[in-house]
Design a protein around this ligand. Sequence first.
Ligand code: MG
Length: 157
Amino acid sequence: MSRFRVGSGYDSHRLAEGRRLVLCGLTIPHDRGLQGHSDADCPVHAVIDALLGALALGDIGKFFPDTDSAYKDADSMELLKIVLNNPAFSSWAISNLDITIIADKPKLAPYIESMREKLSGAMKLDLSCISIKAKTSEKLVPDAVQCHAAVLLEYIP
Ligand code: MG
């Protein structure tokens, strides 16, 4: 078995009125938020899928079905902690995590460091191992937030 496993995740949610915009556990001031069954924390959903993908465990929908009322308005950072506490991860350390958030609005640059700190705390992972990049869709996808995440796991016997 390889000492390293790589995982990638993707998620997207539509912007809608009357919702909070929550990204990496941080509530960001905006006139719209992301629509979804849970808090619709798009980057955290991508991270969860990257982690599950790295160990070929399935995807977020398998662990937290959006048909299950238990996850209605769920705090996705708590779902992330549940995934990391899965025994399958006990012999693996996260080497690094790289996230790209694609959103035309709002501008996310002022919030990047706070988002990194939120993830660092939730994942017990050094800040230097967490990258978050933000870019726009160049108006191609103006009414949504999309996220990609890549993670590298190292086997720790
Ligand atoms: Mg999602």
